[in-house]
Design a protein. Structure first.
Length: 128
């Protein structure tokens, strides 16, 4: 998501990553991937945030900057509690657009607990 040139060893610079996503779409994708609230450069928020690329952390009190370490523009909220609401937005507009919960007709399968017995089946092909 970041567009700065990174070094991939002595004398080598990686090509910038290109994306057709808007900053808001990039933050939504990062949020789905990480399971934590994500925001983008320019949004005014207070709290501790980590760069989604290099994990550089900042204690932010204004508009989110580009990451000073790698140039990334997407930040993950690292605090506890409710989802922060960027200044000038409402709770409804600040909520993630795509819910990650199952549809009504889908079955929810929870992972086994440590004390539950585990069933092992052999001969299952996971490749499609």
């Amino acid at each position: 998501m970041g567009t700065s040139g990174r070094t991939d060893g002595p004398g080598k610079t990686a090509a910038p990553q290109k994306s057709n996503l808007t900053p808001a779409q990039g933050a939504q994708q990062a949020e789905k991937r990480l399971g934590k609230p994500c925001f983008f450069t320019g949004q005014r928020l207070v709290g501790i945030y980590a760069c989604v690329t290099c994990q550089f952390r900042i204690n932010n009190r204004g508009a989110l900057p580009s990451c000073p370490d790698c140039g990334e523009i997407i930040w993950c909220y690292m605090g506890d509690g409710p989802r922060p609401i960027p200044e000038g937005e409402t709770a409804a507009s600040a909520a993630p657009v795509d819910s990650t919960g199952p549809a009504v007709d889908q079955e929810v399968v929870l992972p086994p607990r440590a004390q539950d017995p585990v069933k092992v089946e052999e001969g299952i092909n996971l490749e499609m």
